[in-house]
Write a protein of this length. Structure first.
Length: 236
């Protein structure tokens, strides 16, 4: 099974940010109308920052919105690498419930993953939205090659998050991670991707062609959902 993929192209990051922020705002409003609350997982990294800047100025019922990072680096809160620290900067002042999934940077990354999974078990599920970025190596969230890859992509369907030790370590954030499982990503009620640059576009297009046999986590995510997926793209 795999959903229809539609590419949305923009001239620059600002145009993409306005469009994606509008889509996320609509998803949040629809979830609140339907279920009285919205629970969304937002990507880390640099690409979505302009989106969060734009989204944070939207007039939404923020007190009904729970935001979790779709993945987290196992670093102390406030560390420049901490994804939830970035999300808190934009959305805590709005009154949204921004939830750290790695409350303390413990050395045992598997224990951190189990703790994140337990925390997420208390959230209304499935996610109303999962916003993914994509690495130039085809990773999504923090599903990376390494000893935990199999567990991340083929673990128990009820597993929402787990600890991951990337191997090789990604240069931009060479630390163990906690990530949404592939199951948690693919069962989200909406899956949006926001990427920039031709290199990532080529990786995603290859991954789409590979389908469920793709070695790229983004390929497995796209092949694993039966929902239509919008991929928002702007030049690097
Ligand atoms: C992370 C992200 C990761 C990110 C990609 C793309 O914690 O690193 O969640 O999956 O989305 O690495 O990152 P950029 O947008 O910075 O290129």
């Amino acid at each position: 099974m795999s959903g229809e993929v539609e590419w949305w192209e923009y001239d620059d990051a600002a145009e993409m940010a306005a469009a994606v922020a509008g889509d996320i705002g609509f998803i949040i409003e629809s979830a609140i109308d339907a279920r009285g609350a919205a629970v969304i997982a937002l990507a880390g990294g640099e690409t979505p920052i302009p989106i969060y800047e734009k989204l944070s100025s939207a007039k939404l019922d923020w007190k009904r919105v729970t935001i979790v990072p779709g993945d987290e680096r196992i670093v102390p809160l406030g560390d420049p690498l901490s994804n939830v620290t970035t999300l808190a900067k934009y959305f805590l002042p709005k009154g949204a419930r921004v939830m750290p999934i790695v409350p303390t940077a413990i050395a045992d990354y598997k224990a951190a993953g189990r703790s994140a999974d337990a925390l997420m078990q208390d959230l209304h599920w499935p996610l109303d939205l999962c916003l993914l970025g994509v690495g130039s190596d085809g990773h999504a969230a923090s599903i990376f090659p390494g000893p935990d890859f199999e567990e991340a992509v083929n673990g128990p369907k009820e597993r929402r998050a787990l600890g991951v030790l990337p191997d090789p370590m990604p240069s931009e954030a060479p630390v163990p991670r906690v990530t949404l499982s592939l199951a948690a990503i693919t069962m989200a009620r909406a899956l949006l991707i926001a990427v920039r640059g031709n290199e990532k576009r080529a990786v995603i297009e290859t991954a789409i062609k590979q389908g469920q046999s793709s070695p790229y986590p983004i390929g497995l995510a796209l092949a694993g959902t039966d929902l239509p997926v919008d991929i928002h793209w702007a030049p690097a």
